[in-house]
Ligand binder design. Structure first.
Ligand code: PEP
Ligand code: MN
Length: 267
């Protein structure tokens, strides 16, 4: 169902007025994790000021260590909802278990399925049975074929609004947290009719690579870019190394817009 052979036109997904997959890149910014109302609101204000429509932030965090911050859970979803109402932003947040899905639907606009759950087939089927768009991230070591099949699980349950997100894969390379597979973007766009985004934060794990990788994503035809922003990354409860502070975010976005103008990318 996700195959380009089944449907030749691009799927366009409307989230809070933002048309994802329409040919102009969409942007998803926000903190790694929801930590407090004030923290999310500070980032939301900066997103709203740029005229952007979407915010991300994790309430359920899949962490490598069980002793690391696991997220605020339902309290985090409530913070996201409040900020969404106050700043007029659509919320994209990760859900890690089918058990949380029903409750979460009242608080969020897009269900994110994270890299670690790309082949959690019960979660894929449960998300496929909802009427909310799903942002599906590529697994840490998933082939493109496995990624496409994971999207197929969602669509097989009737949900056609799926955004694919390349977020880097694990290779022998240690200079970056993961290896951004930029060629996955045009392959996924050829093979499927779904919008394809690039998460420059988790793919690189390096603040200095966010801008060049965002430019590469846009240049290669990605439908959007995701990146993490935190009011003070030095005290962030997760991903301190890679989140942008707000002045860095402002400069980053300005450079991205300049790049798009220079190369006449539709804004
Ligand atoms: C995230 O986006 O918050 C996240 C945990 O990313 P990934 O699933 O790609 O590691
Ligand atoms: Mn993160």
């Amino acid at each position: 169902l996700v195959s380009r052979k089944e449907k030749s036109e691009d799927t366009v997904i409307n989230v809070n007025g933002e048309l994802i997959g329409s040919g102009a890149p969409s942007f998803v910014f926000g903190p790694c994790a929801v930590e407090s109302y004030e923290q999310v609101a500070a980032v939301a204000a900066s997103i709203q000021e740029k005229g952007l429509k979407l915010i991300r932030g994790g309430a359920y965090k899949p962490r490598t260590s069980p002793y690391d911050f696991q997220g605020l859970g339902l309290e985090g979803l409530k913070i996201l909802k409040q900020v969404s109402n106050e700043y007029g932003l659509g919320v994209i947040t990760e859900i890690v278990t089918p058990a949380d899905l029903d409750t979460a639907l009242d608080y969020i606009d897009v269900i994110q399925i994270g890299a670690r759950n790309m082949q959690n087939f019960e979660l894929l089927k449960a998300a496929g049975s909802t009427n909310k768009p799903v942002l599906l991230k590529r697994g840490l070591a998933a082939t493109i074929d496995e990624f496409i099949h994971a999207a197929e699980y969602i669509m097989s349950k009737g949900n056609e609004n799926i955004i694919l997100c390349e977020r880097g894969i694990r290779t022998y390379e240690k200079a970056t947290r993961n290896t951004l597979d930029i060629s996955a973007v045009p392959i996924l766009k050829q093979e499927t009719h779904l919008p394809v985004m690039v998460d420059v934060t988790h793919s690189t794990g390096r603040r200095d690579l966010l801008l060049p990788c965002a430019k590469a994503a846009i240049a290669i035809g990605a439908d959007g870019v995701m990146a993490e922003v935190h009011p003070d990354p030095s005290v962030a409860l997760s991903d301190q190394q890679q989140q942008m502070d707000i002045p860095t975010f402002d400069a980053f976005y300005e450079e991205v817009l300049k790049f798009m103008k220079q190369y006449e990318v539709r804004a």
